[in-house]
Design a protein around this ligand. Structure first.
Ligand SMILES: [Zn+2]
Ligand SMILES: [Zn+2]
Length: 134
């Protein structure tokens, strides 16, 4: 699979998003570029993220009260946010089709996309909370 047309910087940014499992923000990406010894201007990172999103290589995830995050997983999935540490994880469980049909019947819409956001306390935070209590 070739990625002709990607500049070296865009390729670097795409790699960071692809390798990340935590849905990084633009500033997370800048920090990771720095760790790799790459200094890339903020505007360049933003423009690259916009370009990669427009090309359908990554997707932008807008969560309430949070900077945009970026996700290289393109198949349909939902997200769950930890209310304690703020991490964002994937939810791969499929949304029941008859639930979608019920929503269409109720609203008269034809649903083209679903974006659900679940909230809770992640396994790590639950473990450390339990430790704190003991
Ligand atoms: Zn957590
Ligand atoms: Zn995701």
């Amino acid at each position: 699979m070739s990625r002709i047309g990607l500049t070296a910087q865009r390729k670097l940014i795409l790699d960071i998003v692809s390798e990340a499992s935590d849905h990084p923000t633009a500033s997370d990406i800048i920090d990771r570029l720095k760790l790799q010894g790459q200094t890339v201007a903020y505007a360049t990172v933003y423009n690259s993220l916009r370009y990669l999103t427009d090309q359908g290589l990554i997707r932008e995830l807008k969560l309430e009260g949070d900077a945009s995050r970026y996700d290289a997983r393109m198949e349909d999935h939902q997200h769950i946010v930890c209310t304690s540490c703020g991490r964002v994880d994937e939810v791969m469980t499929e949304i029941p089709k008859d639930w979608l049909r019920q929503i269409e019947a109720e609203t008269g819409y034809s649903i083209t996309e679903e974006q659900l956001l679940f909230k809770g306390v992640c396994a790590e935070c639950r473990t450390s909370n339990n430790k704190a209590v003991q």
